[in-house]
Design a protein around this ligand. Sequence first.
Ligand SMILES: [Zn+2]
Ligand SMILES: [Zn+2]
Length: 344
Amino acid sequence: MKMKKAVLQGPGQVEVVEMDVPQCPDGGVVVKLEACAVCGTDVENYLHGQRMSQLPPDLGHELTGVVSEVGDGNQHFRVGDRVALNQSVPCGECTDCENGYENLCDHTTRVGGGFGEYISIPALAVQSGNLLKMPGELSFRAGTHAEALAAVVNSHELIDVKLGDTVLVIGAGAVGCLHCQLAKAEGASRVILSDINAERLDLIKELSEADLIINSSTEDLEARIKEETFGQGVGKVIVACSSGVAQEQALRVVAKRGTVSMFGFTHKEWPWIKFDSNDCHYREFFVTGAFAYSRKQFKMALDLLARGAVKTEELNTHVFPLDRVIEAMETMKQGAGLKVLVVP
Ligand SMILES: [Zn+2]
Ligand SMILES: [Zn+2]
């Protein structure tokens, strides 16, 4: 049987080609794809070709679908199961894995190839619990948000967002919106969302459930935060964008003993930022990164989506058929959409 699949041929070159439906691996499954979201790493790969071993081996990994074939010796799945993929399979043997930081494992195996009609999932991914049955009535399109939400859950666990917190999220993209909604679900009493882009702020205004929106291109973010918090600053600050300027702002508006989550990465060639170390000394604030997610956090994300604790429908601003996968990449690259999906 033949199928169509988007294949990366080189920097900026993606071709939809016809090929055989993959054979079902022993212990693995073949999944008939229903939806796959374009991730930031897909755009990186699309623009530069695959140059980092950290990146998935094939375009498209935020995927959902239906099991169409089950390999010999696989007791976990049946044909017809609705599934979502967690692309990162930790090695399970290194010190980081042993310490429970599987998201930081340097020997992660990644599964990809979601921009197509079928994908084969190896036994390793099935055995390690990286292919999950979708809970309840969760739709295929909503399920593609599990990866982003899992990373958001990781960030919130690290900075311990909880009842009564004031949380500032800088960056009004799809993940910024997930950060706001999750903070609300966790009981934060006040969620503030800021961005320099008025259009994006408008797009997610309602869905984010934010109590206060600050357009930091027309307003001085620091001054406004000071005013809003009676000079105290914000207890939990999340930088949900790839901007050194935003990171520097975060370090200035965080409260005494507060925490900053560096959720977004910055430019590879220029990752440096400036901050006043005395300010850190006197105010005793904390700074932490947030990278990827554990299998437990991925599962939690799927459950949160299924229960409607976090809503994503309006985040899917663009849905492209497989034949137009390049447009999907370009839309994401230009930042024109919040979440861009490709459907076979
Ligand atoms: Zn991704
Ligand atoms: Zn490991």
